[in-house]
Design a protein around this ligand. Structure first.
Ligand SMILES: Cc1cc2nc3c(=O)[nH]c(=O)nc-3n(C[C@H](O)[C@H](O)[C@H](O)COP(=O)(O)O)c2cc1C
Length: 534
């Protein structure tokens, strides 16, 4: 993405463009200077672009211009000021317009005439009828460009000092519209998370919760404590208290039906540890892709791509889990596999009694040892989390695009480091015969659960069972190859305090997202007027 600023002579595009680029923190180029630089490189002589045109003729000038424009067109995240000559030429216009946002500066004829004749009549205007010629040229330019411009801005005597800040505001609004950075999930039960890992706070706004439901800060805090960093040797040593502040939506221990805003201050952020990351991309993290999309990134801990964003999800999910639990629906997740070590037995009472949150007592300490060994080797490990949703009534979920498994899949895959999800027999069902895979029915119930509790996107009433693949933590202290903002090869060793395995801390996040999806699906169903969940 790049920004093109164009307009007639005298509209101030070079000065405005340079200031705007500085404000945006991106490089600035203007096509006239590029043409002059290219001429100097080719001939060893300095000349203004007008002199080049007069001396070498139109064909030479256009070829040089096309070459310069093609080179500039390949650049990303920069601001290019260019005049009518580039924008009239279809080849140049098409190549520079690609992947760009076009700003057209306009000005009234009198304003432009006063500006460009300040030091006498410029050579490109005839002595006779110069003013009329200028007006006709500008009208032609506006007619050609207005309909393809993203922002049209008129400069005049009154607003000259405000042009750059006003353009900056309009540009940011426009970029935000185009970029989209969705932070909200849900139809009726809607959660919006906010905040960055090294900003002042993170949190969530949870909307759509019915009034009169008992909900205390302790209900939220209990879940946040499970996700909190610094819990054990197998999690990041960043020591955050993660205390929730409920700003709205709860009165005298009950929900009011209004948005519940929950804030969690960041206390133990140490941004100095990230100084070395300002210019380089961490392999496996979202640094490169955020840079490519937004042209700006918070290098301190990954900003919105940080695992810290999930604190807001857990706060909202805690409320959803509580409401579901009051209705007998339990959402439980545990580490089924870490570093290739698989759990077999499922003792749910063991989950919160071991640092990796495994349900098999015979493997939890082996998993913990594998995580610590990886950390000692400046490395990390991944694993598989099993999710069980118990006691969900049959008939919940919507066919086609909002299938319950599709919604759960989307919610899980929206969590950083999640790389896959399967329901029931999942990928293994692809190797089964229909006779093996089908969950036969007898005496009013199912004889097996290969479907994972969902058929046709709608709950069967059995447990919903999913397995979620979590990749090894990308930030590792080992030396790795990477590149920097300029594309140069660099090597990187990541300082900072990271989870050697994300699985233990992602478990409450997975439960939170599952609870939010299920509660939303129940409310959607309730809206149909049947299956009231009260
Ligand atoms: C709870 C949680 C904690 C995380 N902790 C870290 C961490 O300490 N270091 C790190 O590099 N990534 C961590 N991540 C993973 C990154 O956020 C994630 O890999 C990154 O945003 C890239 O996204 P992707 O893996 O989904 O492609 C964590 C994720 C979660 C959900």
């Amino acid at each position: 993405m790049k920004i093109i600023l164009t307009g007639p002579k005298g509209s101030g595009k070079t000065t405005i463009g340079r200031e705007l680029a500085e404000m945006l923190g991106i490089p600035f180029y203007d096509t006239d200077s590029c043409i002059e630089d290219a001429f100097l490189a080719e001939t060893g002589r300095s000349a203004s672009f007008r002199e080049i045109y007069n001396e070498k003729g139109e064909q030479y000038f256009r070829d040089l211009e096309n070459r310069c424009v093609r080179e500039l067109s390949g650049k990303d995240w920069c601001l290019i000021a260019t005049g009518g000559s580039t924008m009239y030429n279809p080849d140049s216009r098409n190549s520079i317009r690609e992947n760009s946002l076009l700003i057209l500066l306009k000005a009234d004829d009198e304003f432009l005439w006063q500006r460009i004749t300040r030091d006498g009549l410029p050579s490109f205007l005839p002595e006779k009828d110069g003013r009329r010629t200028l007006a006709e040229r500008n009208t032609r330019l506006y007619q050609a460009l207005e309909h393809i411009s993203d922002i049209v801005f008129t400069v005049n005597d009154e607003n000259q000092d405000r042009v750059v800040p006003e353009l900056f505001t309009r540009l940011c609004a426009r970029i935000m519209l185009d970029m989209r950075s969705p932070s909200t999930i849900g139809e009726i039960i809607r959660t919006t998370t906010f905040g960055e890992s090294h900003g002042p706070a993170v949190g969530a706004v949870l909307d759509g919760i019915r009034p009169g439901i008992e909900l205390s800060p302790e209900d939220i805090q209990r879940e946040l404590d499970r996700r909190r960093p610094g819990q054990s040797a197998v999690t990041t040593p960043r020591n955050e208290e993660d205390r929730v502040h409920i700003l709205s939506g709860i009165f005298e221990g009950k929900t009011t039906g209004c948005p519940i805003c929950m804030l969690i201050y960041n206390r133990d952020q140490d941004s100095s540890r990230y100084n070395g990351l300002r210019e380089v991309f961490r392999p496996g993290h979202a640094d490169f892709t955020f840079w490519k999309k937004f042209g700006i990134r918070d290098h301190r801990g990954g900003g919105r791509s940080s695992g810290r964003e999930t604190a807001g999800r857990v706060a909202s999910g805690a409320a959803a889990k509580k409401i579901l639990a009051d209705r007998g629906i339990r959402v439980t997740a545990f580490a089924q596999e870490i570093a290739g070590i698989q759990g077999v037995t499922e003792d749910f009472s063991h989950i919160e009694n071991n640092s990796v949150r495994a349900a098999d007592p015979s493997v939890s300490s082996k998993m913990e040892e594998a995580v610590l060994a990886a950390r000692n080797q400046k490395d990390s490990v991944g694993g598989i989390v099993k999710l069980v949703i118990h006691n969900i009534p049959p008939g919940i979920g919507d066919p086609v695009f909002f299938k319950l498994d599709a919604r759960l899949g989307m919610a899980m895959l929206s969590i950083g480091a999640v790389k896959g999800i399967e329901f029931g027999a999942g990928f293994a069902s692809s190797r089964m015969r229909g006779s093996e895979n089908n969950d036969r029915m007898k005496d009013g119930s199912f004889e097996s659960n290969n479907a994972g509790g969902i058929l046709g996107g709608i709950s069967t009433g059995q447990d919903i069972i999913a397995r979620i693949a979590v990749k090894p933590t990308p930030s590792i202290a080992q030396e790795q190859d990477t590149i920097d903002l300029h594309g140069a090869n660099r090597s990187i060793k990541i300082e900072g305090r990271h989870d050697p395995c994300i699985v233990p801390r992602i478990i409450p996040v997975i439960e939170a997202m599952a609870a939010l999806v299920v509660l939303d699906a129940l409310e959607i169903q309730n809206n149909l007027g049947k299956n009231d969940i009260q």
